[in-house]
Write a protein that binds this ligand. Structure first.
Ligand code: F6R
Length: 614
């Protein structure tokens, strides 16, 4: 959940580090710090709060750091210890000669801390990371070899880590290693970059090496030595990164979130490209490696995911059951991994994750993989740890999503599920030709319909103004749009801090209806189709309790105007595709309310974009 960066080369390092941290701010933003090697010492600078505070600190020390050409940096999302300067990374050993930055969690830090205290180490922070600084320093004192010291320390550490280490004895050497946390090394001309994620290095180089777990790389400006945990030398595999730096600009939008919402028509086009040519042709999913035998033997699908990805998975369940008649379970990865789950070689396990880094989902996938299930990953990061575990992959191609609240990646995940469900239906012959063609034709119209929604946002902005002062918000829906209600409520909670809850409308009268009075907004996702009349009755029940009624609808029904105080209209669409069309106004409603309230839309409090701790 934190971000780490490192640089060794010939250029002034401070700006490279800070710029890298800026690109990683989505991973956490409660404190930050850098350490640079100056002629005489290792200088450490830290600040609480946003990265701007670190920039202010550095401005006061420009003369000390301009000549430094090696350093490490960190942006934190606190797990152990409050977000204070003392707890901010880099952390040092007692004498300050060894510094480290760390992303992950050291699970046995209490035992290690006791051990290091007995050896005379004095701890300054409450973090788990500081134990590792002392431990590596201790090993270095014994070996006088930083790579060896990191390797010996790694043998004693339990948990997840990406580490970047430097020592004052070594003018030009960084040592990096990782286990169950991401780390990429950028390869430049006479320089190396280290980062938790590609955005921090893409400006400088497109050549990169993804470290595997337990590998250790020792970097100098003109050399890279890679070893495994046994000390055996390995040849690094240099890959060419597919990212473009321009993707990280706001392109004139006030926030990344708004830009990303507006990118959604093109995101849908991108994902459909090459996979769906015409309604008459079969869906092509090149990286889905299920054989005819796998498909024949398949008796169950289990989908694991967290947060927004979990909501996409719930829509996926609905589609696969409807199109393919295969039973599908969906579960939050964090629940799945701590109970006796039943999967075997006849279960297809689908992991859904924007980042491909979510620790709970990775653990769930590893557990099912160990039981012989085929693993299919739907992710926006085909270069991620999760994608590397996959037997089959659907890359969602949404482009880098900077805003912490997921928007375009959600829509891309939905489209992936439509493609997967139709692909499975074709392979199993569970839908007739005309149904298949009609679904595919509707899917091809989605980009235009989303554009239509984005073209007229006046009703949504009006609603945002009317309801921005509410403390609570209820979203109701039925059937395939129940997950839309959950996701709409999650978006609002995340960025405006309004207490919003999504309910299946039929459940309202089993308890939540007690909450309704003239202060409570109830937003009904009232899309034409099989549950329209039922949802209309549920909305009437809410109206009868004086709730403030909002409809998100594609219905022309007169009753809608009589029943609802505010109406957000969307284009007509087949019911099964309505989760795509209904979600766009809900993203915008959350955005405009948060913006109206002056919240930090792209970096809401307490959140981070990649949740790499269980
Ligand atoms: C909400 C949001 C989170 C993520 C969740 C899982 O806007 O972004 O709820 O969906 O943390 O993350 P991924 O999809 O990266 O596994």
């Amino acid at each position: 959940m934190c971000g780490i960066v490192g640089y060794v080369g010939l250029k002034p390092v401070a700006d490279i580090l800070v710029d890298g941290l800026e690109q990683l701010e989505y991973r956490g933003y409660d404190s930050s710090g850098i350490a640079v090697k100056t002629d005489s010492k290792i200088a450490v600078y830290k600040a609480e709060g946003k990265l701007q505070n670190l920039k202010d600190v550095l401005r006061a020390h420009t003369s000390e750091i301009t000549t430094a050409t090696m350093g490490i940096g960190h942006i934190r999302w606190a797990t152990h210890g409050a977000p204070t300067v003392v707890n901010a990374h880099p952390h040092t050993c007692n004498c300050g000669s060894l510094v480290i930055v760390h992303n992950g969690i050291i699970e046995n830090y209490k035992e290690l801390k006791e051990k290091m205290e007995k050896l005379g180490c004095v701890f300054k922070s409450q973090t788990d990371t500081e134990t590792v600084a002392h431990l590596i320093a201790h090993k270095y004192a014994q070996t006088k070899d930083l790579t060896k010291a990191v390797s010996l320390a790694a043998q004693e550490i339990e948990g997840a880590y990406a580490l970047c280490v430097m020592h004052n004895d070594l003018k030009n050497t960084l040592v990096v290693t990782k286990r169950n946390a991401p780390l990429v090394i950028g390869v430049g001309e006479g320089e190396y970059f280290v980062a938790s994620d590609v955005p921090a290095i893409i400006k400088h180089t497109k050549k990169a090496i993804y470290l595997n777990d337990n590998q250790i790389a020792t970097l100098t400006p003109d050399s890279l030595k890679l070893i495994n945990s046994n000390g055996e030398e390995l040849s690094p595999k240099v890959e060419v990164l597919p990212w473009e730096p321009v993707a990280l600009s706001k392109m004139g939008y006030k926030h990344f979130m708004l830009k990303e919402i507006h990118e959604q028509p093109d995101v849908i086009r991108n994902i459909l490209f090459g996979k769906l040519h015409t309604p008459a042709e079969p869906i092509i999913l090149d990286e889905v490696k299920l054989t005819q035998k796998d498909l024949k033997d398949l008796n169950r699908i289990q989908i694991v995911a967290c947060g927004t990805s979990l909501h996409a998975a719930m829509v996926g369940k609905y589609l696969i059951e409807q199109f393919c008649n295969i039973p599908v379970d969906v579960e939050a990865s964090s629940e799945y991994i701590y109970r006796h789950t039943v999967t075997d070689e006849h279960t297809l396990v689908v992991g859904v994750s924007q980042s491909g880094e979510t620790a709970d989902t990775i653990t769930a996938i590893k557990q099912s993989q160990a039981r012989g299930s085929h693993i299919l990953i739907i992710t926006n990061r085909p270069d991620s740890a999760m994608a590397r575990l996959a037997d089959s992959l659907i890359p969602v191609n949404a482009g880098i999503e900077v805003s912490v609240a997921a928007t375009k990646s959600y829509i891309a995940q939905l489209i992936s599920f439509y493609l997967l469900a139709l692909y499975l239906a074709e392979a199993k012959g569970s839908l007739d030709k005309s149904a298949l063609e009609s679904f595919k034709a509707e899917m091809m119209l989605l980009p235009q319909k989303v554009e239509q929604v984005l073209g007229t946002t006046d009703d949504i902005q009006r609603c945002a103004r009317v309801y921005s002062s509410t403390k609570d918000f209820i979203y109701i829906a039925r059937g395939i749009n129940y997950p839309t209600a959950l996701e709409g409520a999650l978006k609002l909670k995340e960025i405006s801090y309004i207490n919003a809850t999504g309910y299946p409308a039929g459940e309202l009268k089993h308890g939540p209806i007690a909450m309704l009075d003239e202060t409570m907004p109830v937003l009904s996702i009232l899309m034409n189709g099989s549950v329209y009349e039922k949802l209309l009755s549920n909305s009437e029940e809410a109206k009868a309790r004086n709730a403030r009624m909002i409809a998100l609808t594609n219905s022309k029904d007169k009753k809608v105007e009589e029943l609802f105080d505010n109406i957000i209209r969307v284009p007509d669409v087949q019911e099964l595709f309505s989760p795509v069309i209904a979600m766009i106004p809900l993203q915008l409603l959350a955005y405009y309310i948060a913006e109206f309230l002056g919240k930090d839309v792209d970096q809401p409090r307490n959140l981070a974009k990649s949740v790499t701790v269980e």
